[in-house]
Design a protein around this ligand. Structure first.
Ligand SMILES: NC(=O)c1ccc[n+]([C@@H]2O[C@H](COP(=O)([O-])OP(=O)(O)OC[C@H]3O[C@@H](n4cnc5c(N)ncnc54)[C@H](OP(=O)(O)O)[C@@H]3O)[C@@H](O)[C@H]2O)c1
Length: 342
């Protein structure tokens, strides 16, 4: 959220003939600015080879443990028994699947369950060892580790969905909710950290939903991870340009880093805490596009941002989270991810 430019991975992105509205719907949670144009740009590539793609490759056929786990996929609503490291992911999308992969690396043999809105991705989830179930299915078990990583966009009652996830938590290991940095009440490109005040309830429906969901989590003794804008790399990328103020500061974190932070927090088994996930390298929209252009991997000319009066952003810093969790990102900045100097 709060992201002006987003790269939607091919693996999860809609096909080329996808309607603009459905992409807009997916991306509406990423920005409060209107989308200027959307097009597919197969020429935008990063330095990473396809074998290094961050979601598709590892999850498609990474290791025998994943394949073995797939064979063990069971009905999530009535698993035989639940182990001490078993994990329920509500919203096993791009981030949730990376979390599943990292969790299994640390806990070989664990069971991982995934709750979705539709059955659209159930076959894919089974293949990567996640036992799928539908939201609303009455669960007969509680889980020691629960992650809620579903976006707000598909929910009529987001705090209610989070409450349902909380009720699936046994209270043992950890319950972690992926929120956004949007609630921080900072719109002047100023510094902002974990302790910054949040937008009061009633000012914005968008932040109300998140803050109400966070409240449910904290009342359940779960933890909240407020995330900066998520990005990821693939051979083919959809690039979205937005009518926006070029001076608006963006905060980013690579999906893989968000997943590693999430897993690190879960392993601490903390209660009722709020953490922040970002790369500590805030960039203006203009700087983001300058880096993309500099990388030489984007062949289409970017004409520039057109907005002038939009509110500005914030410069996130999560030094406190890093210190307490003992976590550092693999991609310390967007520039380093692209392989260019700032
Ligand atoms: N993208 C960003 O820049 C950004 C920034 C800050 C925070 N976040 C947060 O980070 C988290 C992960 O984002 P993501 O991009 O990985 O999400 P994503 O890929 O869009 O997640 C999609 C998955 O969530 C499921 N889902 C959607 N709504 C659901 C609901 N109400 N209950 C249960 N499952 C639901 C979908 O089910 P189907 O399989 O049926 O479609 C699908 O499995 C989200 O909580 C998001 O709000 C994202």
């Amino acid at each position: 959220m709060g992201t002006a430019i987003t790269f939607i991975p091919t693996a999860t992105a809609p096909p080329a003939n996808l309607s603009r509205s459905s992409v807009s719907q997916r991306c509406s949670s990423l920005s409060n600015s209107p989308i200027l144009s959307l097009f597919r740009n197969p020429n935008f590539k990063t330095n990473r080879s396809s074998s290094q793609s961050l979601v598709s490759t590892p999850l498609r056929a990474k290791s025998s443990s994943v394949i073995g786990a797939a064979n063990e996929a069971v009905d999530a609503s009535s698993p035989g028994s639940i182990g001490a490291n078993d994990l329920l992911i509500v919203g096993p999308g791009v981030l949730g699947k990376l979390v599943a992969e990292k969790w299994r690396e640390d806990h070989p043999g664990c069971q991982i369950f995934g709750q979705t809105v539709t059955t659209d991705h159930h076959d894919e989830l089974v293949k990567i060892g996640i036992s799928p179930s539908l939201k609303g299915t009455k669960a007969t078990h509680k889980f020691p580790f629960v992650v809620f990583s579903a976006p707000t966009s598909r929910s009529l009652d987001y705090p209610g969905d989070v409450r349902e996830a909380a009720s699936s938590w046994s209270g043992e290991g950890s319950f972690l909710f992926t929120s956004s940095s949007a609630p921080f009440d900072c719109n002047d490109n100023g510094p902002c950290d974990e302790d910054f005040p949040v937008v009061p309830i009633g000012r914005s429906p968008r932040t109300d939903v998140l803050l109400k969901a966070e409240k449910v989590v904290l009342e359940s003794d779960g933890c909240v991870l407020r995330l900066a804008g998520l990005y990821i790399s693939f051979m083919n990328l959809y690039v979205i340009y937005i009518h926006a103020n070029k001076h608006h500061i963006l905060n980013l974190i690579h999906y893989e880093d968000a997943a590693s932070l999430l897993v690190a927090i879960m392993k601490k088994k903390l209660r009722g805490r709020i953490f922040l996930g970002c790369d500590n390298h805030p960039l203006s929209r203009q700087e983001v596009m300058a880096l993309v252009n500099k990388s030489g991997k984007f062949t289409q000319k970017f004409e520039g941002f057109t907005g002038t009066n939009d509110p500005l952003g914030k410069k996130l810093n999560n030094a406190k989270t890093r210190k307490e969790i003992g976590w550092e990102p693999k991609y310390p900045s967007f520039a380093q991810f692209l392989g260019v100097s700032e």
